[in-house]
Design a protein around this ligand. Structure first.
Ligand code: SIN
Length: 343
């Protein structure tokens, strides 16, 4: 991992904003044997210098400082890499010589990393994640334009104070709300129910709304923690309690349940979860549906069963918030519910 302590950008050398591009891998850095191949490629094999060289016009937008933080397929994202990434972002943004950070990432877990950073970055400066659905070697690769738009957004001055944003396929999404909704399409990200915050096209940035919930400097989470074990179980026809019992035997501190509909849970699973909640395991009720919200005491009697409801967070983001809350020492159900109602 290349993490120089100070970027090679002279402060004030030009009027252009100074943007650090941190590469982590993903399809945006993927390569396939031929240009028509958009599925049989290897993610995370192209370095950040080559990624940037494929984007004409970047140097008219910003002074770029590039770092290769990792070269992974984001399905293999780890707590260690999250910790390294947030530490580097915080270091860079704390200095006077970087105005914004752009992170290139795989699409598969982008929404988890984005929400994690949204809650743990300690700066009002812009942090923008971007990615691609087609490898860099493909016909009509989407990575170069997504990267150009991400840098345009970072350099625009409009993204400051808006938390961590995702620039993808011309749209600007809030890290809290965005989710991947297609396995193959170039328009692979949406913010269900809530919608994108705005758009970026041909160097022009327009925001149409702002995220209301606290984030970054207004969030009270610390990434420098021992991660509590939190896992996800799903409710479906005929589900057993085997997974819950095994997880609790293994010592998990929290379980997020991806319920059906409005977070409803099969009676067998609900009984198992209520039992483990009574024994001190944090149980958060989310939905497997993909949009909408899970209302507290809606489809389940949360207060009686000892459950917390996830609101509009999908199960994967609910897991991120639960891990951060448990790591911060919030264990009691009402306090955890306040965390979910706040963030
Ligand atoms: C990955 O998430 O690293 C691979 C898939 C992608 O970026 O689209």
């Amino acid at each position: 991992m290349n993490t120089p302590t100070s970027p090679q950008i002279a402060p004030g050398a030009q009027a252009l904003p100074r943007v650090a591009v941190l590469a982590t891998g993903g399809t945006i850095a993927g390569s396939a044997p031929d240009a028509a191949n958009t599925a049989g490629y290897q993610a995370g094999v192209i370095g950040v210098a080559q990624l940037l060289a494929a984007v004409p016009g970047l140097d008219a937008l910003a002074q770029i400082h590039a770092e290769q933080v990792a070269s992974v397929d984001s399905k293999d994202m780890s707590f260690a890499l999250w910790s390294a990434l947030v530490q580097r972002v915080n270091e860079l943004l704390a200095g006077d010589d970087i105005d914004a950070v752009v992170i290139t990432h795989g699409t598969d877990t982008l929404e988890e990393t984005a929400y994690f950073l949204h809650l743990t970055v300690k700066s009002r400066k812009p942090v923008i994640l971007t990615a691609a659905m087609r490898p860099a070697s493909a016909l009509s690769a989407d990575g170069p334009l997504n990267l150009l738009n991400a840098v345009a957004l970072a350099a625009s001055g409009q993204a400051a104070g808006q938390g961590v944003l995702v620039a993808f396929n011309n749209r600007i999404h809030c890290a809290r709300d965005v989710t991947k909704i297609s396995t193959y399409a170039v328009d692979a990200f949406q913010s269900p129910e809530i919608g994108a915050l705005g758009w970026v096209q041909d160097g022009r940035v327009e925001f149409q709304r702002r995220a209301l919930r606290p984030h970054t400097v207004d969030a009270s989470f610390n990434a420098d923690v021992q991660w509590p074990q939190v896992e996800i179980v799903t409710s479906y026809a005929g589900v057993s309690r085997i997974a819950v019992d095994a997880l609790v035997s293994a010592g998990v501190r929290g379980i997020v349940v991806a319920g059906t509909g409005n977070g409803s849970i099969h009676i067998t699973l609900q009984q198992a979860l209520a039992e483990v909640a009574a024994r001190g395991v944090a149980v958060v009720r989310a939905s497997r549906v993909g949009s909408g919200h899970v209302m507290h005491n809606g489809a389940a009697k949360d207060d009686a069963l000892g459950f917390v409801s996830a609101g509009t967070l999908n199960p994967y983001k609910a897991r991120v918030l639960l891990m951060l809350a448990l790591a911060a020492g919030t264990n009691e159900k009402a306090a955890l519910q306040r965390v979910f109602d706040t963030y």
